[in-house]
Design a protein around this ligand. Structure first.
Ligand code: ATP
Ligand code: MG
Length: 412
């Protein structure tokens, strides 16, 4: 591909906080930016040179984005694949619509992981009421030995429905195959009756029933892969979720067993390689109580767990998104400070919309405040994040806990 040098315009589908941080990184390097997002006050639209305010599938909007931009990326994974295909007819688009389409569908995503030899949680795809009925009729797989179940230690294809006893997947989580985020579109089920009720509650959209696994930890890995196949990675992030939403990310020496870290990075690289991926990709993993690694899901874009890289690495995940899109060389990012990131959810704002005491938080050494410019604070809404950097792990933990206490975030 032809290198796109600073001075050109880079486009992004979606105007959320990830788009905003992409815009900031691109502008710092001297690019102009264009955002397509229908929301007049979207976080990225507010800071971009150009903001096209049309729906994602609007023909005129897409034509305008393609006309202005030398290359186009996406900041949210639910961007309609036909929109990316339309743009790709005339412009370089990364990641490709084909990779985004796989990441948009939990069933396809799990099939891809399995093809790459990375273990997934035991699961069954439920797309029709008939498939659910068949699954419920076959509850009697030998206890502890599900028929053809893809276990964490084995890598068979996700089951055809009916090939695994439902009881071996309970207690489980019924997840919509598409459009879930921050734990939305998920129902925890303990019994067959609860499973049937949850499927009704989710309006019979295609779902995946996943066995509830005993998690010792959650980690994620972010890689950037260029059009020439060159790939670099960030260090492994250790993530704490609360109520299905990322709350804390810790990145420093000793955040996870080094051999597990190596395994997670190798698995992420094989997943990116298998997609022929171009851009920034994040893969989330579970670490089980027995120390084994199971892949959860992937995001075809920079990820919330990589925000620390802006302040704690010599290049951020957004810098690398710009580089992959512009065909610039990739160099291995280096973590220069131990870091802990706290997500700032709308819950931290007062009922009257009063914002937290930022002046007190910013009195802490190594505190980097990022707010996304969202007007209304709602519970669970990601309003910003706070990254703490320090000279040592002990120091950064101390300031992160102090910041959490000031903000009313539970200790971790
Ligand atoms: P996001 O896209 O915001 O990361 P999501 O809505 O796609 O989230 P998941 O990543 O599938 O949701 O699940 C959210 C969280 O729920 C996980 O990070 C984990 O804490 C818990 N969880 C999900 N699946 C399982 C499982 N099979 N066993 C145990 N815990 C799980
Ligand atoms: Mg997730």
């Amino acid at each position: 591909m032809k290198t796109i040098l600073p001075g050109a315009t880079l486009g992004v589908m979606g105007g959320g906080q990830l788009g905003r941080m992409f815009v900031h990184a691109a502008q710092q390097m001297g690019y102009f930016t264009a955002v397509l997002d229908p929301d007049a006050s979207s976080p990225a639209g507010l800071v971009s040179h150009h903001h096209i305010r049309t729906p994602y599938l609007d023909e005129a909007g897409l034509a305008q984005l393609a006309q202005i931009s030398a290359a186009i990326t996406t900041e949210f994974e639910n961007v309609p694949a036909p929109a990316l295909q339309r743009l790709a007819a005339s412009r370089f688009v990364a990641p490709a619509a084909s990779a985004v389409a796989i990441a948009q569908d939990r069933a396809q995503e799990k099939a891809h992981f399995t093809r790459c030899g990375v273990p997934v949680a035991p699961n069954a795809v439920i797309e029709t009421s008939g498939q659910l009925a068949a699954l419920l009729e076959e509850p009697s797989a030998a206890p502890g030995r599900p028929k053809q179940a893809s276990t964490p230690s084995g890598g068979s294809e996700p089951h055809a429905v009916g090939s695994v006893g439902v009881n071996s997947l309970l207690p489980g989580i019924l997840k919509t195959a598409r459009l879930g985020y921050d734990g939305k579109g998920q129902v925890r089920v303990k019994t067959q009756a609860e499973l049937a009720a949850a499927w009704d509650g989710l309006k019979h959209v295609p779902c995946v029933l996943e066995k509830m696994l005993p998690l010792a930890a959650e980690v994620s890995v972010i890689v950037a892969r260029g059009a020439d196949g060159q790939m670099v990675n960030f260090p492994v992030q250790r993530n704490l979720h609360r109520a299905g939403i990322l709350a804390v990310t810790e990145v420093h020496e000793g955040n996870i067993d080094p051999s597990l870290a190596k395994q997670a990075i190798a698995a992420t690289k094989s997943i990116a390689e298998g997609l022929g991926y171009v851009g920034v990709l994040c893969v989330e993993f579970f670490v089980l109580a027995d120390g084994s690694l199971v892949v959860n899901e992937m995001a075809p874009r920079p990820h919330n767990s990589g925000h620390y890289s802006i302040d704690a690495c010599d290049q951020s995940q957004f810098d690398l998104q710009v580089r992959t899109l512009a065909g610039l060389p990739l160099t291995q990012p280096r973590l220069h400070s131990p870091s802990i990131m706290l997500n700032l959810l709308g819950d931290l704002w007062g009922v009257d919309g009063a914002s937290p005491a930022w002046d007190r938080v910013l009195a802490l050494p190594g505190a980097h405040l990022h707010l996304y410019g969202k007007h209304e604070a709602k519970p669970g809404r990601k309003m910003g994040h706070l990254t703490l950097t320090g000279a040592s792990v002990a120091e950064v933990r101390q300031t992160a806990l102090a910041a959490a206490a000031l903000l009313g975030i539970d200790p971790f």
